[in-house]
Design a protein around this ligand. Structure first.
Ligand SMILES: N[C@@H](CCC(=O)N[C@@H](CS)C(=O)NCC(=O)O)C(=O)O
Length: 242
């Protein structure tokens, strides 16, 4: 039974799964998706997942959404290296803790920078008002500080001396502002050293491959937006600017 992964590498959680599967030599059939073109709303994809979001895993009749669930499933099912999600109960709990925190503490915050600094101006031709931008960037700095103080501390990686699922999920999120020319690692030597360690462990080639679409998003042709995506964008603009 083949393993199918429906991913759009523009999405941080999809990049984490892509990198994880490649690093662990998990063979999968890759179904590249384009959420900015609304492919998640197609009849074919809706038949696979009514959630209409990526990532999605399909293995025969077994279908799984949600990146954390997918990563854990791959960890349990395939013989992945033990350090990704070690059996020690406290180490495992620390990884779970980060993965529970990251959706609000990291994903939403980092996504806001990508949208407000790059995508909204690209799509609407209008800059996000400076006060709103300042609020967003302040939230980013606060959450990065929380990440450093609570999760990373003075360790090379979140769980200690070796990479885990938590590091992988964190770094792909932090690349979102980078694609909007807001390098959150600048002026943060400890955080930057951690990022370089993660990138080196993943392998620069695979890291770049997984991030290529995101880092060239400036070339995206916004004149051909799917109507549902345009609608979502308006909701996003509203939530950022009001
Ligand atoms: N909590 C979900 C989030 C999934 C999600 O929001 N995916 C986004 C890409 S990052 C998506 O598919 N967006 C398309 C849409 O909302 O229409 C996970 O971690 O997998």
């Amino acid at each position: 039974m083949s393993l199918e992964l429906y991913l759009d590498l523009i999405s941080p959680s999809c990049r984490a799964i892509y990198i994880f599967a490649k690093m662990n030599n998990i063979h999968f059939d890759y179904f590249p998706m384009d959420v900015l073109q609304g492919q998640q709303h197609s009849k074919e994809f809706e038949a696979i997942s009514v959630l209409r979001k990526v990532p999605v895993l399909r293995e025969g009749s077994f279908i799984l959404a949600e990146s954390v669930a997918i990563l854990l499933y791959l960890t349990h099912k395939y013989s992945t290296s033990i350090y990704w999600y070690p059996p020690n109960i406290h180490t495992r709990a620390s990884i779970d803790e980060y993965m529970a925190w990251q959706h609000e503490g990291m994903h939403i915050t980092m996504e806001k920078v990508l949208w407000s600094k790059l995508l909204i101006p690209m799509i609407t031709g209008q800059e996000v008002p400076k006060e709103k931008m300042d609020d967003i960037l302040e939230e980013v700095q606060t959450n990065l500080q929380l990440f450093c103080d609570h999760f990373l501390k003075d360790k090379p990686f979140i769980t200690g001396t070796i990479i885990s699922l938590a590091d992988l999920m964190a770094v792909v999120e932090m690349m979102q502002p980078v694609s909007a020319s807001y390098n959150i690692f600048l002026g943060k030597p400890k955080l930057n050293a951690w990022r370089l360690r993660v990138e080196e462990t993943v392998g620069s080639r695979l890291f770049q491959e997984a991030h290529q679409k995101l880092l060239t998003i400036k070339k995206w042709d916004t004149s051909i937006l799917h109507p549902s995506v345009r609608e979502k964008i308006l909701i996003m603009i509203e939530s950022i600017t009001t």
